[in-house]
Write a protein that binds this ligand. Structure first.
Ligand SMILES: Nc1ncnc2c1ncn2[C@@H]1O[C@H](COP(=O)(O)OP(=O)(O)OP(=O)(O)O)[C@@H](O)[C@H]1O
Ligand SMILES: CC(=O)N[C@H]1[C@@H]2OC[C@@H](O2)[C@@H](O)[C@@H]1O[C@H](C)C(=O)O
Length: 402
């Protein structure tokens, strides 16, 4: 047997595996690195987060990624160069973390790398019948495997697409395995650049569970903060938005997109929710000259209302009462006090965060990829019934170090 396959075979049979999950999301703030100890698989998966760090992206890395990020027209050579460069950077970031944590590379069984999404194009966005749903993550896994010497799984979204999904959100696989609980109505709400939630009703039945994006989380707030205050990456603690007033005409124009009428599950990204999207809504609502404070208040309200409306729709489609649900928040938006206070005003549910369930909300997405790799190496194809958007598949391409 090939020596690489033999070592993978041994890893697959271990009672527990040490897996590094990596996620760098649409906010481009940095690389989340989660060192996990994982045992079991599927619904009996157990995860212990041993170490977690976000390695901040330098201004150089952010601006290089932004040259191709969510853009229709790009320098094609730059995309090719970035695919390799990000792979190397991510490998170095893993090595930095391991050194800081005092953990040798040979103690790690697997790396699970999401890569950097550069363009997400579900049919609802590209609207070209002959082309399927599509998405592209860069930062090649081979660089990570060769540089770290650790078997690496990467490019998880392509199998999901091949099996009929939109390539996202994948959160459901981790949320259902870790947080699905018979007898409790739970919603796992992640507010990153884009917001999404996993619906976990008390039946815990795979037939009822689903996951969907809701629209923008922080991406528009971040973009307009950066535009007016180039030294700020985001509106920390909603300090700017809190000084403004929601402009209702603009809010209605922002909510008018057909994405909000489409049924679940659906996915989106900054390819739709970007500066041009807001400028168009401002022109339509004659609000081009509103202050940056009012604009940020309105964009924060836009996130709150669209998240709340999607959750209302999900609950209204069932016989459960809204009051019986607990919403477990995660992602950077859970740190935005204005967004959270508006969500609490708009939804009669109980609010908590994933930390109260023993999983750090900031680490949750990186942990998800460690779980997906664990599933591929030693689990199965967990059955999500026939529900659209959650194919029962194993995901990730395997890169060997040699
Ligand atoms: N204290 C805070 N106040 C306001 N907003 C905050 C705060 N802390 C974090 N955020 C927001 O969270 C964002 C980062 O969120 P996160 O890391 O979850 O996004 P991401 O993983 O890149 O996105 P996605 O999940 O869409 O891929 C920041 O850009 C900022 O908008
Ligand atoms: C294409 C892509 O990278 N999508 C991300 C993004 O960030 C949040 C939301 O949009 C979600 O759909 C997804 O990531 C998480 C990890 C997911 O797949 O569940």
């Amino acid at each position: 047997m090939n020596a690489n396959l033999e070592s993978l075979y041994k890893i697959a049979q271990k009672p527990s595996r040490t897996i590094i999950g990596l996620m760098s999301g649409t906010s481009l703030d940095g690389l989340d690195v989660a060192l996990c100890e994982i045992s079991g698989s599927g619904e009996s998966t157990e995860v212990r987060l041993v170490q977690f760090d976000t390695v901040d992206y330098s201004e150089e890395i952010k601006s290089e990624i932004r040259t191709v990020f969510a853009k229709q027209t790009i320098d094609f050579q730059k995309l090719v160069l970035l695919n390799e460069w990000i792979g190397v950077l991510h490998a170095n970031m893993i090595l930095e973390c391991l050194e800081r944590w005092g953990i040798p590379t040979n103690k790690v069984d697997l790396v699970a790398s999401h890569g950097q999404t550069v363009f997400h194009a579900p049919k609802i966005l590209h609207q070209q019948d002959k082309f399927p749903n599509a998405t592209l993550q860069i930062g090649d896994g081979d660089h990570i495997a060769v540089k770290t010497g650790i078997i690496t799984l990467s490019d998880f979204r392509q199998k999901h697409l091949a099996a009929g999904g939109e390539g996202a959100p994948l959160a459901v696989y981790g949320d259902y395995f870790l947080f699905g609980k018979k007898g409790e109505n739970r919603i796992m709400l992640n507010m990153g650049g884009i917001a999404n939630f996993t619906y976990l009703p008390s039946s815990s039945s795979p037939e009822e569970v689903f996951v969907t994006d809701t629209g923008t989380g922080n991406t528009l707030i971040d973009a307009f903060t950066r535009l007016s205050f180039p030294d700020k990456a985001y509106d920390k603690d909603a300090e700017i938005a809190k000084q403004g007033k929601v402009n209702n005409s603009l809010l209605e124009a922002l909510k008018a997109d057909e994405f909000f009428l489409a049924s679940f599950p659906k996915t989106t990204g900054p390819e739709l929710f970007n500066i041009e999207y807001v400028r168009k809504a401002q022109t339509e609502s004659n609000t081009n000259d509103i202050s940056v404070e009012d604009l940020l208040a309105t964009l924060t309200r836009f996130s709150a209302e669209t998240i709340a409306s999607a959750i209302h729709t999900a609950i209204n489609n069932t016989t459960y009462s809204a009051e019986s649900f607990t919403i477990y928040m995660s992602g950077g938006g859970a740190h935005n006090p204005l967004l959270v206070s508006w969500l609490k005003e708009l939804l009669p549910c109980t609010f908590s965060n994933t930390d109260s369930l023993g999983i750090s909300g900031d680490a949750k997405e990186a942990i998800l990829f460690a779980i997906l790799a664990n599933e591929t190496v030693s689990g199965g194809t967990s059955d999500f019934g026939t529900r659209k958007g959650i194919p029962s598949v194993s995901m990730g391409k395997i890169s060997f170090p040699s």
